[in-house]
Every structure is written in structure tokens, then in C-alpha cells.
Design a protein around this ligand. Structure first.
Ligand SMILES: NC(=O)c1ccc[n+]([C@@H]2O[C@H](COP(=O)([O-])OP(=O)(O)OC[C@H]3O[C@@H](n4cnc5c(N)ncnc54)[C@H](OP(=O)(O)O)[C@@H]3O)[C@@H](O)[C@H]2O)c1
Length: 228
């Protein structure tokens, strides 16, 4: 029987690259809101089906019928920059809703299915979840929270045979990075960023580790750039 994976944020960017990397081995649910993009990727990947859900409004009905899940990858996320003096509560709320609370709720709803499969949860974090820099307050706070969430989940679910891996990528050549560079009012230099496929390779490394190994964290930075 082929294993099953659900990937959030799979309509583009890092999540789409993870879907392509996992497709040969896994049956896939591809998460996102853009149904057209999800359908296009599903046409490319015969083992995939769309799972179009607004993650901040997730309900038990959205995961009905998923009784066994080998892998849950949380890639969906948003990044709004700004000095703390200028970031209003609505930006804080939306950032925490998408980057943290939606992750906690979707994981909670899928834990029975993950436990049944002795599954694996992979969380796409960020360098901003390891080091908080000016202008990145709301995003860094959400990614620090996501790291704490993953650390607790790993400890709590160890006894149920569920593994938890956090991936900390540096800048990646995706729509999010284009938007970030526009917010920073800097040039877009894709040659200086990771390719989305490189983050997908880190996910593959975590999920294909030998059974005796629990890969808890992976940090990936663009070669030739700052390593912290
Ligand atoms: N790009 C970078 O430089 C970078 C660096 C480090 C870490 N990361 C992290 O990597 C992850 C993926 O980033 P990316 O660059 O691939 O971003 P992206 O290109 O902007 O794609 C974001 C994805 O998240 C989905 N999404 C966002 N809000 C959602 C919501 N409310 N409900 C459902 N889906 C939602 C989007 O779906 P729709 O478009 O279908 O709505 C899309 O598939 C994020 O967690 C990000 O923080 C990115």
C-alpha cells in the first residue's frame, strides 16, 4: 500500500516543490485556496488530489475520511514585514492565525490518523524562527511560536510513534520572497536564494531517514551566502 501525505501551501512555491518530490512514493492531498493552481498540479501528478481549504477556517469536515496519514507537511505561510511601531493588531492576528493556529488545529484534527500510521509531521519554519531581526517582528514571533509548537508536539507524540521535523530554510525563490523583497524595497536576486526544490530535498531527507533515526531539525541556507 502506498503511503499518504497531506501538504498545505501546495498550490505554489515550496509546497508545490515538496508535492513534486513526494509524488513518486506518496498518494497526495494538495492543500491551498487556489483551486485552478491545485488542479493544474494534480494534472501533472496522477497520485495527487486537490484539498482546497482556507486554513484559518478549518473544521473536522475538512479532514473527514482521512483515517490514516503517513505524512503531514505544513508549508502554507504568510510574511508581512514592518517595524513594530507600525504593525497593527490585524497583521499580528492574521500572521499568527495562518502560521501558528491553523497548523495547531489541522495537526490536532489529523492526530488520530497520524497515530494510526505512526506518521510524520514536517513543519516548514524559517531562519526567522531561529533569529529575530528588525522589521520581521510579527513573522519571527510566529515562526518562534511554530518552533515551540513543534518541540512540544515531538515530545508529546513520541510515545505514539509520530515523528516531528522542523525545517529552517533561508530565503527561497518563490512568490513569497518576491513579495518580501518588494516590502524591503530591494532588488530580487533569485541566484542568491535557495530553489524551492532544495527545501523539498530536505523534507525528503527527513522522511526517508532510517527507522532508527528521528530527524528533529534541518537548517538549509543558500550556498555562498550568510549561514546564520
Ligand atoms: N520563500 C521564502 O523565502 C521562505 C523562506 C523561509 C521560510 N519560508 C516558509 O516556507 C513556507 C512556504 O513559503 P512559500 O515561499 O512557498 O510561500 P508562497 O509562495 O507565498 O506560497 C504560500 C502558500 O501558502 C498557501 N496559503 C497561504 N495562506 C493560506 C490560507 N489562509 N489558507 C490556505 N492556504 C494558504 C498559499 O495558497 P494559495 O495561494 O492557494 O492561497 C500558497 O500555496 C512558508 O511557511 C514560509 O514561511 C519561505
Amino acid at each position: 500500500m502506498r503511503p499518504t501525505a497531506l501538504i498545505t501551501g501546495a498550490s505554489r512555491g515550496v509546497g508545490a516543490a515538496i508535492a513534486r518530490a513526494l509524488a513518486p512514493e506518496y498518494d497526495l492531498f494538495l492543500g491551498g485556496r487556489d483551486g485552478t493552481a491545485l488542479d493544474a498540479l494534480c494534472a501533472e501528478l496522477p497520485s495527487a488530489r486537490p484539498w482546497a481549504v482556507e486554513l484559518t477556517e478549518i473544521t473536522p469536515a475538512d479532514v473527514e475520511g482521512i483515517d490514516r496519514l503517513d505524512l503531514l507537511v505544513h508549508s502554507a505561510g504568510i510574511a508581512r514585514l514592518g517595524h513594530l511601531a507600525d504593525v497593527p493588531a490585524e497583521v499580528w492576528r492574521r500572521t499568527m492565525e495562518v502560521n501558528v493556529i491553523a497548523v495547531a488545529e489541522l495537526t490536532r484534527l489529523l492526530l488520530p490518523a497520524l497515530r494510526a500510521a505512526h506518521g510524520h509531521v514536517v513543519l516548514i519554519n524559517s531562519g526567522a524562527g531561529q533569529r529575530a531581526n528588525p522589521n520581521w517582528g510579527a513573522y519571527a514571533a510566529s515562526k518562534f511560536a511554530l518552533r515551540a509548537y513543534a518541540d512540544v508536539l515531538r515530545e508529546e507524540e513520541n510515545a505514539h510513534g509520530v515523528r516531528v521535523t522542523t525545517i529552517f530554510p533561508g530565503r527561497v525563490d518563490t512568490d513569497m520572497q518576491r513579495d518580501v523583497r518588494a516590502q524591503e524595497e530591494g532588488p530580487y536576486e533569485p541566484g542568491k536564494y535557495l530553489e524551492a526544490e532544495s527545501v523539498a530535498r530536505a523534507v525528503l531527507a527527513a522522511v526517508t531517514a532510517t527507522p532508527d533515526a528521528h530527524v528533529t531539525e534541518i537548517t538549509v541556507r543558500p550556498a555562498g551566502g550568510p549561514t546564520r
